[in-house]
Write a protein that binds this ligand. Structure first.
Ligand code: KIV
Length: 270
Protein backbone atom coordinates (compact mmCIF):
# COMPACT_ATOMS: atom_id res chain seq x y z
CA UNK A 1 0.00 0.00 0.00
CA UNK A 2 1.39 3.41 -1.00
CA UNK A 3 1.16 6.52 1.18
CA UNK A 4 -1.48 7.95 -1.17
CA UNK A 5 -3.58 4.77 -1.06
CA UNK A 6 -3.45 4.84 2.75
CA UNK A 7 -4.84 8.38 2.76
CA UNK A 8 -7.55 7.48 0.27
CA UNK A 9 -8.59 4.47 2.38
CA UNK A 10 -8.41 6.47 5.63
CA UNK A 11 -5.75 4.14 7.07
CA UNK A 12 -3.37 5.83 9.49
CA UNK A 13 0.31 5.78 8.55
CA UNK A 14 3.02 5.10 11.12
CA UNK A 15 6.54 6.48 10.96
CA UNK A 16 9.37 6.21 13.47
CA UNK A 17 12.92 7.48 13.39
CA UNK A 18 15.85 5.05 13.44
CA UNK A 19 19.57 5.48 12.95
CA UNK A 20 21.00 1.95 12.98
CA UNK A 21 20.52 -1.57 11.57
CA UNK A 22 19.20 -3.45 14.60
CA UNK A 23 16.64 -0.83 15.63
CA UNK A 24 15.41 -0.53 12.04
CA UNK A 25 15.06 -4.34 11.85
CA UNK A 26 12.95 -4.42 15.03
CA UNK A 27 10.69 -1.62 13.77
CA UNK A 28 10.35 -3.25 10.37
CA UNK A 29 9.40 -6.57 11.99
CA UNK A 30 6.87 -4.73 14.17
CA UNK A 31 5.22 -3.47 10.98
CA UNK A 32 5.86 0.29 10.91
CA UNK A 33 5.03 1.82 7.50
CA UNK A 34 8.04 4.07 7.26
CA UNK A 35 11.39 4.63 8.97
CA UNK A 36 12.80 8.14 9.00
CA UNK A 37 16.54 8.55 9.36
CA UNK A 38 15.97 11.96 10.89
CA UNK A 39 18.69 14.54 11.31
CA UNK A 40 17.51 14.37 14.94
CA UNK A 41 20.40 11.89 15.02
CA UNK A 42 22.43 15.01 15.79
CA UNK A 43 20.59 15.29 19.12
CA UNK A 44 19.83 11.74 20.12
CA UNK A 45 22.81 9.85 18.66
CA UNK A 46 25.63 12.37 18.42
CA UNK A 47 24.88 14.58 21.44
CA UNK A 48 24.68 17.94 19.62
CA UNK A 49 22.36 20.66 20.92
CA UNK A 50 20.62 20.95 17.56
CA UNK A 51 20.58 19.44 14.07
CA UNK A 52 22.73 22.14 12.42
CA UNK A 53 26.07 20.27 12.53
CA UNK A 54 24.78 17.04 10.98
CA UNK A 55 26.60 16.26 7.71
CA UNK A 56 25.82 14.39 4.51
CA UNK A 57 28.35 11.75 5.59
CA UNK A 58 26.49 11.26 8.90
CA UNK A 59 23.17 10.81 7.06
CA UNK A 60 24.62 8.39 4.50
CA UNK A 61 26.41 6.33 7.16
CA UNK A 62 23.34 5.94 9.39
CA UNK A 63 20.88 5.81 6.46
CA UNK A 64 22.63 2.87 4.81
CA UNK A 65 22.61 0.95 8.12
CA UNK A 66 18.86 1.53 8.50
CA UNK A 67 18.22 0.55 4.88
CA UNK A 68 19.99 -2.80 5.51
CA UNK A 69 17.62 -3.46 8.43
CA UNK A 70 14.35 -2.41 6.79
CA UNK A 71 12.94 -4.96 4.38
CA UNK A 72 9.37 -3.65 4.09
CA UNK A 73 9.18 -0.14 5.53
CA UNK A 74 9.83 2.90 3.35
CA UNK A 75 13.17 4.41 4.41
CA UNK A 76 13.29 8.20 4.24
CA UNK A 77 16.56 10.05 4.89
CA UNK A 78 16.63 13.67 6.04
CA UNK A 79 18.61 16.13 3.93
CA UNK A 80 20.93 17.86 6.42
CA UNK A 81 21.24 21.61 6.93
CA UNK A 82 22.78 23.40 3.91
CA UNK A 83 22.64 20.31 1.67
CA UNK A 84 19.68 21.76 -0.29
CA UNK A 85 19.11 25.38 0.80
CA UNK A 86 22.16 26.60 -1.17
CA UNK A 87 20.89 25.77 -4.69
CA UNK A 88 18.66 23.52 -6.75
CA UNK A 89 21.82 21.89 -8.13
CA UNK A 90 23.15 21.07 -4.63
CA UNK A 91 19.72 19.73 -3.67
CA UNK A 92 19.58 17.28 -6.59
CA UNK A 93 23.20 16.14 -6.18
CA UNK A 94 22.80 15.57 -2.43
CA UNK A 95 19.39 13.88 -2.71
CA UNK A 96 20.99 11.62 -5.31
CA UNK A 97 23.81 10.73 -2.91
CA UNK A 98 21.33 9.90 -0.14
CA UNK A 99 19.49 7.54 -2.46
CA UNK A 100 22.57 6.06 -4.16
CA UNK A 101 24.87 5.71 -1.12
CA UNK A 102 22.28 5.76 1.69
CA UNK A 103 19.93 3.41 -0.21
CA UNK A 104 16.77 5.24 0.89
CA UNK A 105 13.45 5.21 -0.92
CA UNK A 106 12.81 8.92 -0.39
CA UNK A 107 14.35 12.05 1.12
CA UNK A 108 12.86 14.64 3.48
CA UNK A 109 13.67 18.34 3.53
CA UNK A 110 12.45 21.26 5.62
CA UNK A 111 10.64 24.33 4.35
CA UNK A 112 7.65 25.54 2.35
CA UNK A 113 7.38 27.77 -0.71
CA UNK A 114 11.07 28.77 -0.53
CA UNK A 115 12.25 25.18 -1.21
CA UNK A 116 9.65 24.30 -3.88
CA UNK A 117 12.15 24.67 -6.76
CA UNK A 118 14.37 22.12 -4.95
CA UNK A 119 11.45 19.74 -4.33
CA UNK A 120 10.37 19.89 -7.98
CA UNK A 121 13.92 19.28 -9.28
CA UNK A 122 14.55 16.34 -6.91
CA UNK A 123 11.20 14.75 -7.83
CA UNK A 124 11.96 15.33 -11.55
CA UNK A 125 15.22 13.43 -10.98
CA UNK A 126 13.16 10.42 -9.85
CA UNK A 127 13.62 10.79 -6.09
CA UNK A 128 10.45 10.94 -3.95
CA UNK A 129 10.36 13.87 -1.53
CA UNK A 130 8.63 14.20 1.83
CA UNK A 131 8.31 17.84 2.88
CA UNK A 132 8.45 19.14 6.49
CA UNK A 133 6.78 22.36 7.65
CA UNK A 134 5.82 24.01 10.95
CA UNK A 135 8.54 23.80 13.58
CA UNK A 136 11.47 22.92 11.33
CA UNK A 137 14.46 22.31 13.62
CA UNK A 138 17.08 23.43 11.07
CA UNK A 139 15.59 26.96 11.35
CA UNK A 140 15.63 26.94 15.15
CA UNK A 141 17.77 30.07 15.34
CA UNK A 142 15.40 31.95 13.00
CA UNK A 143 12.43 30.87 15.19
CA UNK A 144 14.25 31.85 18.39
CA UNK A 145 13.79 28.41 20.00
CA UNK A 146 11.48 25.39 19.97
CA UNK A 147 8.10 27.15 19.72
CA UNK A 148 4.68 26.10 18.47
CA UNK A 149 4.16 27.48 14.95
CA UNK A 150 1.10 28.81 13.09
CA UNK A 151 -0.87 30.33 15.96
CA UNK A 152 -1.64 33.76 14.44
CA UNK A 153 -3.92 34.12 11.40
CA UNK A 154 -0.96 35.23 9.27
CA UNK A 155 1.28 32.36 10.39
CA UNK A 156 -1.52 29.80 10.01
CA UNK A 157 -2.33 31.06 6.48
CA UNK A 158 1.36 30.87 5.56
CA UNK A 159 1.53 27.24 6.75
CA UNK A 160 -1.57 26.33 4.75
CA UNK A 161 -0.05 27.97 1.66
CA UNK A 162 3.27 26.19 2.31
CA UNK A 163 1.48 22.83 2.57
CA UNK A 164 -0.32 23.39 -0.74
CA UNK A 165 2.90 24.63 -2.37
CA UNK A 166 4.97 21.56 -1.41
CA UNK A 167 2.16 19.30 -2.63
CA UNK A 168 2.05 21.17 -5.96
CA UNK A 169 5.84 20.93 -6.22
CA UNK A 170 5.52 17.14 -6.14
CA UNK A 171 6.06 16.08 -2.51
CA UNK A 172 4.39 12.70 -1.81
CA UNK A 173 3.80 13.54 1.88
CA UNK A 174 4.36 16.35 4.33
CA UNK A 175 5.40 16.25 7.98
CA UNK A 176 3.80 18.98 10.10
CA UNK A 177 5.56 19.61 13.40
CA UNK A 178 4.37 21.46 16.52
CA UNK A 179 1.32 23.23 15.12
CA UNK A 180 -2.19 23.55 16.61
CA UNK A 181 -4.42 20.51 16.08
CA UNK A 182 -7.19 22.46 14.34
CA UNK A 183 -4.73 23.89 11.82
CA UNK A 184 -3.27 20.41 11.20
CA UNK A 185 -6.83 19.09 10.69
CA UNK A 186 -7.51 21.79 8.10
CA UNK A 187 -4.24 21.08 6.24
CA UNK A 188 -5.04 17.33 6.30
CA UNK A 189 -8.51 18.01 4.87
CA UNK A 190 -7.21 20.30 2.11
CA UNK A 191 -4.30 18.16 0.89
CA UNK A 192 -4.42 15.16 -1.44
CA UNK A 193 -1.09 13.87 -0.08
CA UNK A 194 -0.76 12.37 3.43
CA UNK A 195 -0.02 14.71 6.31
CA UNK A 196 2.20 13.13 8.97
CA UNK A 197 1.94 14.85 12.31
CA UNK A 198 4.33 15.28 15.20
CA UNK A 199 2.84 17.54 17.84
CA UNK A 200 -0.12 18.22 15.55
CA UNK A 201 -2.96 16.20 17.09
CA UNK A 202 -4.63 12.97 16.01
CA UNK A 203 -6.46 14.26 12.93
CA UNK A 204 -3.44 13.87 10.62
CA UNK A 205 -3.12 10.98 8.16
CA UNK A 206 -0.24 9.54 10.18
CA UNK A 207 2.15 10.12 13.04
CA UNK A 208 5.91 10.19 13.51
CA UNK A 209 7.97 10.12 16.71
CA UNK A 210 11.65 9.98 17.58
CA UNK A 211 12.10 6.46 18.94
CA UNK A 212 14.28 7.43 21.90
CA UNK A 213 11.43 9.71 23.05
CA UNK A 214 8.86 6.94 22.67
CA UNK A 215 11.06 4.43 24.54
CA UNK A 216 12.21 6.78 27.31
CA UNK A 217 15.86 6.66 26.26
CA UNK A 218 16.54 10.40 25.91
CA UNK A 219 16.09 12.78 28.81
CA UNK A 220 17.92 15.97 27.65
CA UNK A 221 14.65 17.48 26.38
CA UNK A 222 11.13 16.02 26.10
CA UNK A 223 8.57 17.99 24.06
CA UNK A 224 4.93 18.13 25.26
CA UNK A 225 3.79 16.05 22.28
CA UNK A 226 5.84 12.98 23.18
CA UNK A 227 4.15 9.90 24.63
CA UNK A 228 6.47 7.50 26.41
CA UNK A 229 5.44 3.90 25.64
CA UNK A 230 8.19 2.25 27.67
CA UNK A 231 10.98 3.11 30.05
CA UNK A 232 13.81 1.42 28.20
CA UNK A 233 16.35 3.93 29.52
CA UNK A 234 15.74 2.68 33.08
CA UNK A 235 15.81 -0.97 31.91
CA UNK A 236 19.18 -0.30 30.21
CA UNK A 237 20.62 1.45 33.25
CA UNK A 238 19.45 -1.42 35.47
CA UNK A 239 21.15 -3.97 33.21
CA UNK A 240 24.36 -1.92 33.04
CA UNK A 241 24.44 -1.67 36.86
CA UNK A 242 23.87 -5.42 37.19
CA UNK A 243 26.70 -6.14 34.72
CA UNK A 244 29.09 -3.82 36.60
CA UNK A 245 28.15 -5.54 39.88
CA UNK A 246 28.56 -9.09 38.53
CA UNK A 247 31.90 -8.39 36.82
CA UNK A 248 33.09 -6.86 40.10
CA UNK A 249 31.98 -9.86 42.15
CA UNK A 250 33.16 -12.45 39.58
CA UNK A 251 29.61 -13.77 39.08
CA UNK A 252 29.95 -13.00 35.38
CA UNK A 253 31.17 -14.73 33.28
CA UNK A 254 30.05 -18.02 34.78
CA UNK A 255 30.77 -21.55 33.50
CA UNK A 256 28.02 -21.44 30.87
CA UNK A 257 29.80 -18.54 29.12
CA UNK A 258 33.22 -20.27 28.99
CA UNK A 259 35.00 -22.10 26.14
CA UNK A 260 36.57 -25.47 27.07
CA UNK A 261 39.96 -26.98 26.26
CA UNK A 262 41.22 -30.53 27.01
CA UNK A 263 43.18 -30.66 30.29
CA UNK A 264 46.09 -32.57 28.68
CA UNK A 265 46.53 -29.74 26.12
CA UNK A 266 46.64 -27.05 28.77
CA UNK A 267 48.95 -29.10 31.08
CA UNK A 268 51.63 -29.19 28.33
CA UNK A 269 51.78 -25.40 28.42
CA UNK A 270 52.71 -25.19 32.14
O1 KIV B 1 14.75 14.64 12.35
C1 KIV B 1 13.69 14.13 12.74
O2 KIV B 1 13.66 13.19 13.54
C2 KIV B 1 12.45 14.66 12.21
C3 KIV B 1 11.18 14.21 12.86
C4 KIV B 1 11.06 14.79 14.20
C5 KIV B 1 10.00 14.52 12.02
O3 KIV B 1 12.48 15.44 11.32
Amino acid sequence: MTFLQAKEKGEKLTMLTAYDYSTAKLMDEAGVNSILVGDSLGNVMLGYEDTISVTMEDMIHHGAAVARGAKEALVIIDMPFMSYQTSVYDAVVNAGRLMKEGRCGAVKLEGGQEVCPQIKAIVDAGIPVCAHIGLTPQSIHAFGGFKVQGKSEEAARKLLEDAEAVQNAGAFAVVVEAIPKKLADLITEKLRIPVIGIGAGNGCDGQVLVYQDLLGMFSDFTPKFVKRYANVGEVMKGAFREYIKEVGSGAFPSEEHEYKIDDDVIEKLY
